[in-house]
Design a protein around this ligand. Structure first.
Ligand SMILES: Cc1cc2nc3c(=O)[nH]c(=O)nc-3n(C[C@H](O)[C@H](O)[C@H](O)COP(=O)(O)O)c2cc1C
Length: 167
């Protein structure tokens, strides 16, 4: 039977959604059927054999969409393998936080569901898409802007998931 995997993302500016699509492309290469959805629009997990969850970090916190999604779907998530990733600038600019703190926040938001894998990917801080306030915040903190997404790292992580998920 073909495994059907949901890649559910949260995003404000699109970069986590694009990472979700890249993960889906990689999972499809392993023969899985994959659906990519904004997690706020997912009403049921029926029919999925596994779920990958991805969300960005803003001002030190993993997007709250994850906790809401996990709460809404707790029973279904406890029956399938779950993996998660967070997106942020911390992997290239540690002053914006600790990777382990953010992956820990993700794990906590999913609890009591235990993910088979969690990681943090470097994201995209697109200067042209920052609001006036965001531009002020990033310049005060001297946060580097740019697209730091490493598509090879993302693809390698995705490629390992079916094995970790027992699919
Ligand atoms: C106002 C603002 C605050 C941010 N705060 C953090 C942070 O505390 N830690 C971090 O690692 N990344 C932080 N980031 C970087 C975002 O997580 C990164 O740009 C991510 O790729 C955004 O994902 P999205 O495009 O899916 O919304 C921040 C970005 C902005 C614009």
């Amino acid at each position: 039977m073909t495994a059907h995997i949901l890649v559910a993302y949260s995003t404000r500016k699109g970069s986590t959604a694009e990472i979700a699509l890249a993960i889906a492309k990689e999972l499809e290469k392993t023969g899985a059927a994959v659906t990519v959805s904004d997690m706020t629009t997912v009403s049921s997990l029926e029919g999925y054999n596994a779920v990958v969850i991805g969300a960005p970090v803003y001002t030190g916190k993993v997007a709250r969409d994850v906790a809401f999604f996990a709460r809404r779907n707790r029973d279904a998530l406890s029956r399938v393998p779950v993996a998660g990733f967070v997106t942020g600038i911390a992997p290239v600019y540690p002053k914006t936080g600790d990777i382990s703190v953010f992956t820990g926040q993700l794990t906590e938001a999913l609890a009591p569901v235990k993910p088979v894998a969690v990681t943090m990917f470097a994201g995209n801080l697109d200067a042209s898409r920052l609001s006036f306030i965001e531009r002020g915040m990033t310049s005060v903190l001297k946060v580097p802007t740019g697209d730091f997404r490493d598509w090879v790292t993302i693809a390698l992580w995705a490629r390992d998931l079916p094995g970790k998920m027992g699919l």
